[in-house]
Design a protein around this ligand. Structure first.
Ligand code: PLP
Ligand SMILES: N[C@@H](CCOP(=O)(O)O)C(=O)O
Length: 467
């Protein structure tokens, strides 16, 4: 029997996989999490060695989905999703030092790790919606990469209208074009006058406005959606299988913003993967590193950096970690979230903090250190890092020495951030041939203030017109 999904705030109905996927945010404002973690024995993990990415994906995903999607259908969906990747290994590992590896997650259509989950999510949603004869309105918030990946995956799908909120002037020109040039009639890119936190706050407010939510059949593609996190768990298993797991522990450093990617690593650990350290790497927006050091989760003004996708203060999936670290105490989580809404801060209890520190370490890298890392890795290894991956690399290399292999997640291709990469290394990273004309394509987008009512009216008008 597959698990069902419960809300971190304990006040929403438990749902099966398909309903949780279509719901996005739980109706009590919480995030869906599996009630039970599937578990893989050492023998089952050993049997993953030598398997392809899609074969491991099927093993990892199936227990979360259960019998809601027929095995042959799931196999087809997984194979089609990863056939869009330009590398035969899908997410290959590259060795950069004796005990250091880079997990390249950027070989998908939009050159960021978001494609790994989004390609799958779009196909899973399309399948479930077709079976039910339903249609949804997807609203997404992005600091740059989720938006492009969602638009690429959902463009021209006839069961979804897609509205992507991005912070005006705070994404790279390549990221912006990936969102504004699709030409698809079911896609709407909206530049919001504000930060990513404003965009994500507006999105959550839309979910919490139940009248609006029901009227447009609102659904989400951010890592609010459990299925996004689920898909990201897979590459922790493929990396471990390549490096001799489970007979060798492995550590991971993850450039972190909304905490979805590293939470997927935590999930993999809960599922039996021997992970030694999970290292949270933040940029100048170092709220998570501060929270782990002090127990005070306290928001500050968002700083615009050279790794814009991580310019986040309100880190959505941290709520999922708090839930598990507190032993599933929904009341404690509701208290944290109330305090965050009222004062922009909360204090983690000593017990919960202790549980978090048992699995996680953290560090941050400022813009200068990140540029220096791009420069030195290029000079020493001839490997060109994007600024997000460089943030991870800098933090990883600042950790105490260990005999355990360290895998740094490479979350984006350097060509998405050419200015920062060129300034740091002197090298201009070229876009791949299939995106060669991106910067010449015609843009279509709307600029709106950070105002819930105006946004809801905009979405409602267009969603109605599409029906
Ligand atoms: C390139 C890149 N790196 C890292 C991150 C941080 O990932 P997460 O939000 O899952 O922590 C993001 C955005 O999410 C991103 O786009
Ligand atoms: N960095 C992200 C922010 C949203 O993250 P998500 O994983 O919750 O979708 C982005 O690039 O948009």
């Amino acid at each position: 029997m597959a698990t069902d999904y419960i809300s971190t705030r304990g006040n929403a109905p438990a749902l099966g996989f398909s309903d949780a996927m279509l719901a996005g945010l739980a109706r009590d404002g919480g995030l869906y999490v599996p009630r039970e973690w599937p578990h893989f024995s050492k023998d089952e993990l050993r049997a993953m060695r030598g398997l392809s990415y899609t074969e491991i994906a099927l093993k990892v995903l199936s227990p979360f989905i259960g019998d809601e999607i027929a095995p042959a259908t799931l196999k087809r969906i997984v194979e089609e999703s990863y056939a869009t990747f330009r590398h035969p290994a899908v997410c290959p590992l590259v060795q950069t030092d004796a005990n250091e590896f880079i997990l390249e997650l950027f070989h998908g259509p939009t050159l960021a790790f978001k494609d790994v989950a989004m390609q799958l999510l779009a196909r899973l949603m399309d399948h479930v919606l077709s079976e039910r004869g339903e249609r949804v309105t997807i609203v997404g918030a992005t600091s740059g990469d989720t938006g492009g990946a969602a638009i690429e995956a959902f463009a021209n799908k006839d069961r979804a209208d897609v509205f992507i909120l991005f912070p005006e002037g705070r994404v790279s020109p390549v990221q912006q074009r990936q969102m504004t040039t699709s030409g698809a009639s079911n896609v709407h890119a909206i530049a919001v006058k504000g930060t990513f936190d404003d965009c994500q706050g507006l999105l959550k407010d839309m979910f919490n406005d139940h009248r609006f939510r029901d009227e447009v059949a609102l659904s989400g593609v951010n890592s609010i959606n459990w299925a996004r996190v689920m898909a990201q768990i897979v590459y922790y298993f493929t990396a471990a299988a390549s490096l001799g797991g489970p007979d060798r522990a492995i550590s991971f450093t993850v450039p972190t913003g909304n905490f979805g990617d590293i939470f997927a690593g935590y999930a993999a650990k809960r599922m039996g993967l021997p992970i030694d350290r999970l290292v949270v790497a933040t940029n100048d927006n170092d709220i998570l590193a501060r929270a782990l050091a002090t127990g005070e989760y306290s928001t500050r003004e968002v700083i615009a950096t050279t790794s814009p996708s991580m310019d986040i203060q309100v880190s959505s999936n941290f709520e999922r970690l708090l839930y598990f670290a507190s032993g599933g105490n929904a009341q404690e989580i509701q208290g944290y979230m109330d305090s965050l809404k009222q004062s922009g801060a909360f204090t983690i209890t000593p017990e919960t903090l202790k549980a978090i520190r048992a699995d996680f370490a953290a560090g941050s890298s400022n813009m200068e250190a990140t540029a220096q890392t791009i420069r030195s890795v290029w000079k020493d290894s001839g490997y060109l890092l994007d600024p997000h991956t460089a943030t991870g690399m800098k933090v990883s290399r600042s950790q105490a020495a260990s005999a355990v292999p360290m895998v740094v997640l490479s979350t984006a291709h350097p060509a998405k951030f050419p200015k920062a990469v060129e300034q740091a290394s002197g090298v201009v990273p070229a876009l791949p041939e299939w995106l060669g004309d991106l910067m010449d394509r015609e843009e279509t987008f709307t600029v709106l203030p950070s105002d819930l009512k105006l946004l809801e009216d905009y979405v409602l008008g267009r969603a109605r017109a599409a029906r």
